[in-house]
Design a protein around this ligand. Structure first.
Ligand code: ADE
Length: 232
């Protein structure tokens, strides 16, 4: 099975690439895609660059050009829920775009005609993640992730996103990957480790914890790859 492993930034994908052998590089559409065999899995790994447009392009390229049939995303997020702390893992049950706004035409936030506010992650991959977490004694929370083309470092904006979408965490790519995978019928799983609380300290915390939280997310993602390999 061809499995896509995405992140947004080099720091998110580095810990995954460093564990693969005989990695091949491919340049497509202004980005680099790394392919490698991992057990029975054909992996395609890439960081997209930050934001919804770049991540949608990378997800679509992985699916259409590389034949990806399962998509896994690993990276960091800002916490909205007070129950999420730096380093905690959250798997998205569903994702939305918090910055999508045509409310002027009477639509709800996050909605455009023929779209939907929430895109749901694959229940089988979520179940597999729960089993991996249980087997390894790792705490994995589930929740709603809100995506937007904004680094949120503002208590009021964060609260608004939490209240409007019932979101537990926020980041800048997940919902874009979700929309692409949903449209192209590829089951997906979005995993994030908390790097900051999307508050006025967020910029500082993000820099301080990007590496360690990326590593935590990547470690869990690798365990998911082992489980997927064994399930083959
Ligand atoms: N990813 C990690 N922290 C974030 C934040 N505060 N805003 C947007 N994306 C993030």
């Amino acid at each position: 099975m061809v499995v896509g492993v995405m992140g947004a930034m080099p720091e998110e994908i580095g810990p995954i690439l460093s564990r693969l052998k005989n990695v091949q590089k491919h340049e497509v559409a202004d980005n680099i895609y790394y392919t490698a065999l991992y057990g029975s899995l054909d992996l395609v790994v890439a960081y997209s660059k930050i934001g919804k447009v770049f991540s949608a392009l990378t997800a679509a390229t992985m699916i259409e050009k590389f034949g990806v049939r399962r998509m896994l995303f690993s990276g960091v997020a800002g916490a909205i829920s007070a129950e999420l702390h730096i380093g905690d893992l959250i798997a998205a049950t569903k994702l939305c775009q918090h910055d999508l706004d045509i409310t002027a035409f009477g639509h709800p936030y996050g909605y455009v005609p023929e779209g939907k506010v929430f895109v749901e992650a694959d229940p089988h991959l979520l179940e597999l993640a729960a089993k991996v977490a249980y087997d390894r004694g790792v705490k994995l929370k589930r929740g709603v992730i809100a995506t937007g083309d904004q680094f949120v470092a503002d208590e009021a904006r964060k609260k608004w996103i939490g209240k409007t979408f019932g979101a537990d965490a926020l980041e800048m790519e997940g919902a874009a990957v979700a929309v692409v995978c949903d449209a192209l019928k590829v089951p997906f799983f979005i995993l994030r480790a908390i790097s900051d609380a999307a508050d006025m300290d967020a910029g500082f915390d993000f820099d301080a914890f990007l590496q360690s939280s990326s590593q935590k997310s990547a470690d869990f993602l690798f365990a998911m790859l082992d489980a997927l390999d064994q399930a083959q």
